[in-house]
Design a binder for this molecule. Structure first.
Ligand code: ZN
Length: 281
């Protein structure tokens, strides 16, 4: 498989009260609560791990295509069943093994695990990599998600329509020093007893300061034959398209934990491909 080029996709993430947690032990220096967020070990600055972004976008894409992926796998299984080799030799064994694996992938989807179907028709497996599938022929995963660090003033220069309040790395450092914050917000929560109406079990959760801006980067690997229908516009590359679909789903959902309780709304701004504005993003 010939690697032709890379598309570099950049943009800024506006994250409202987001929380990607970690264990207290790993952020000893900066940990101020029992429920710290993930931070750089030296600077103590919060960031969004590429793995979190990738995992969330992938899971939303999978949830929105589950029926289709199940139907495609079932169809494939039926096709393979018709190809049963006669006799009981090595070929037959291989056929049986192939069938067994396909049925495993089908069950995994039904159990809510990441897609591992590895079918030609599965754009999710191609873009993100088939889960626990070592015999697929899709080639390397096309999307590479970098960790997203806090954006600087320069990073957001020229981007219109950013909501207020918004905070760059410089703002967060300045306000944190002034107000004695650890680059994050500490939020107190509790549980309300249904009968007495009293609050109990107080706990403190850490989350990023509402309106923090992060700089994101996703690399799209383009292999020979990957471009869509003869078009050379990066916007038409199917792996770029699926990334866009996933980002749009993410904007309606949330990134990080506790999203049903007001945490983690995200919106993407200033999206570019190879430094040029992403057309019709
Ligand atoms: Zn798949």
């Amino acid at each position: 498989m010939q690697l032709e080029k890379f598309y570099i996709i950049t943009g800024n993430i506006y994250w409202s009260g987001g929380r990607i947690g970690t264990s207290k032990e790993t952020v000893e220096i900066a940990a101020t609560t029992e429920n710290p967020i993930i931070r750089h070990p030296i600077t103590g600055l919060p960031y969004i791990p590429g793995s979190s972004l990738k995992g969330k976008i992938r899971s939303l894409l999978e949830l929105s295509t589950e029926k289709e992926r199940i139907a495609n796998l079932k169809q494939k299984i039926e096709e393979i069943k018709k190809e049963e080799p006669s006799g009981n030799d090595r070929k037959h064994k291989e056929w049986k093994e192939k069938l067994r694996r396909l049925e495993n992938y089908l069950n995994s989807i039904k159990n809510g695990e990441p897609c591992g179907c590895g079918l030609e028709s599965c754009q999710i497996c191609r873009a993100f990599g088939p889960h626990k599938n070592v015999e697929h022929k899709l080639g390397p995963s096309r999307l590479i998600f970098r960790d997203a660090k806090l954006a600087t003033k320069e990073d957001i220069n020229g981007i219109e329509n950013l909501p207020e309040p918004k905070y760059t790395l410089e703002d967060i450092k300045k306000y944190s020093t002034e107000r004695g914050l650890h680059y994050a917000e500490i939020k107190s929560e509790n549980i309300i007893n249904r009968y007495t109406g009293r609050a109990s079990d107080p706990r403190q959760m850490e989350r990023v300061i509402d309106g923090s801006l992060f700089k994101m980067e996703v690399v799209v690997r383009v292999f020979e034959g990957d471009e869509g229908s003869g078009s050379k516009k990066p916007e038409d590359n199917p792996n770029v398209k699926i990334l866009k679909k996933g980002i749009k789903l993410l904007e309606k959902d949330y990134l990080g934990g506790s999203g049903t309780r007001g945490y983690g709304k995200v919106k993407f701004y200033g999206m570019k491909i190879d430094g040029n504005p992403w057309e019709n993003f």
